[in-house]
Design a protein around this ligand. Structure first.
Ligand SMILES: O=C(O)CCC(=O)C(=O)O
Ligand SMILES: [Fe+2]
Length: 175
């Protein structure tokens, strides 16, 4: 490892789609691949309660993406019946204190723009940041462009985030 590259200090817990928590599941009894702590009551149910909301929100977003591509609203419905829908809870430790006048919410997410500059994605209250990923960029022939992104926690305090990852059902060919 290059000694000049600082290690990633964040720590995370990841889990995957579970048909048992999907109100639109094709097969509710399909086993899940996620591993959960057995000694943490409520942890799994609470996290899936939120995951399920995001799952349904992402399905609605997929319809908006279809319309943006000038396709019928329901074009991707078959692609999201059994989606890839993982989630992560991340803790970024406190790293360094920031000057008080720069305290703009926890922030920290940055995206690389076309000119090669990192642009801060300033947090907007009650809003989600939607990042396009490489797969959707490929599936839409670069109509939607994926965003290279990173997190630098200079807030002077701990940072928590809960990204949700969503993609089409694996065996479905994209055309
Ligand atoms: O913590 C964030 O704001 C972004 C996290 C992220 O992009 C990821 O975990 O892939
Ligand atoms: Fe990411």
């Amino acid at each position: 490892m290059d000694a000049n590259i600082k290690p990633d200090l964040s720590e995370a817990f990841n889990w995957a789609y579970d048909a048992a928590y999907d109100p639109e599941a094709v097969d509710k009894n399909e086993p899940s691949i996620s591993i959960w702590p057995s000694d943490f009551p409520g942890f799994k149910d609470e996290l899936y309660a939120y995951h399920t909301q995001l799952l349904q929100f992402a399905r609605r977003m997929t319809r908006i993406f279809a319309l943006a591509l000038h396709m019928p609203e329901d074009h991707f419905d078959e692609y999201v019946k059994h989606p890839e829908a993982g989630m992560r809870i991340i803790h970024y430790p406190q790293q360094e204190a920031a000057p008080v006048d720069q305290n703009d919410g926890t922030g920290g997410l940055e995206v690389l723009n076309k000119s090669g500059y990192w642009v801060k994605a300033k947090p907007v209250p009650d809003a989600f940041v939607v990042n396009i990923a490489d797969c959707f960029m490929r599936q839409t022939n670069d109509f939607f462009v994926s965003t290279v992104h990173r997190v630098i926690n200079k807030s002077g305090r701990e940072r928590y985030s809960l990204p949700f990852f969503f993609g089409f059902v694996k065996p479905m060919a994209a055309d």
